[in-house]
Design a protein around this ligand. Structure first.
Ligand code: NAP
Length: 253
């Protein structure tokens, strides 16, 4: 019997870092399972990946729908997972803690903590079978706290804690756990944060060259492509013009 082909599952594959990672991994001939809510974006990506000749499975779903998420992982038995890129996440608003809307705070907690953790937990049984690789996308916001961003930073500190905890608790399982912590990346992230205000979003990336999603995808591929006995625990990747979240060398235009 032919051995079953393995797959890399990517959450948040319809945009930004997740999308760029799908493109990068397809170039390495990795079969992909792509997860996000916007089916049309996933279908467009599938089309774009056709020339690479890899298998692409689309799983359009809302990660906040716990039942749908569990069903998807249960149905993945024919798709051995060599890696899971737990990437979907978001910031909502840029307000002082006591002025932020409940909706924004809860939205970040639901996706960046609850759904993120659920993906980790549902991935583990699959990755135990394959001695696979769990790549969690954190942020430099998980390593520091910045003004008017306490809850987003809190959710990314949670991601940081789970990365360390997973490495401790899964020791001996053969599963590798990698945390990728980017600084500013020019994606839909800021448009989402500012609730569709593209002018505000543009300003985040003005006066310097931010990271591009492809830069982060390259870092993810670096971690994935090390030999099995090498685990890259953490990659912190920022634009050259950035040190911390608030410290950016912007040029006047
Ligand atoms: P992005 O372009 O906004 O992509 C976010 C992805 O998450 C999209 O594919 C979106 O797809 C998906 N998503 C959001 N809510 C979802 C839900 N409920 N169910 C399923 N999928 C959902 O942002 P990005 O910059 O690539 O962000 C990716 C990760 O990088 C996030 O964890 C973010 O916190 C982290 N990060 C970003 C930056 C940055 O500056 N951009 C810096 C550090 C860390 P749909 O809308 O189609 O569902």
């Amino acid at each position: 019997m032919e051995p079953m082909e393995s797959y890399v599952l990517i959450t948040g594959a319809s945009s930004g870092i997740g999308r760029a990672t799908a493109v990068r991994l397809a170039k390495e001939k990795k079969n992909l399972i792509l997860v996000a809510r916007r089916q049309e974006k996933l279908s467009a990506l599938e089309k774009e990946l056709k020339p690479e000749g890899v298998k692409v499975v689309l799983r359009p779903l809302d990660l906040l729908d716990r039942k749908a998420l569990e069903k998807m992982f249960n149905e993945l038995k024919e798709f051995p997972l060599e890696a899971v890129i737990n990437n979907a996440g978001k910031a909502l608003g840029r307000d002082p803690l006591d002025k932020a809307s409940d909706e924004d705070l809860q939205g970040m907690i639901d996706l960046n903590i609850s759904a993120f953790l659920r993906v980790v937990l549902l991935s583990i049984p699959h990755l135990k079978k394959t001695q696979g690789h769990l790549v969690n996308i954190g942020s430099i916001a998980g390593l520091e706290i910045y003004e008017n961003g306490a809850t987003y930073c809190g959710t990314k500190h949670f991601v940081h804690a789970i990365n360390q905890g997973a490495r401790i608790d899964l020791l001996g399982s053969g599963i590798r756990v990698t945390e990728i912590n980017p600084g500013n990346v020019d994606t839909e992230f800021s448009v989402v944060r500012y609730h569709g205000d593209t002018e505000k979003a543009k300003k985040v990336y003005q006066g310097y060259e931010p990271l591009h999603a492809e830069d982060v995808a390259e870092a993810i591929w670096y971690a994935l492509s090390r030999p099995k006995h090498v685990n890259i625990q953490q990659i912190v990747i920022v634009p050259t013009a950035q040190t911390t979240t608030g410290k950016i060398a912007r040029k006047e235009s």
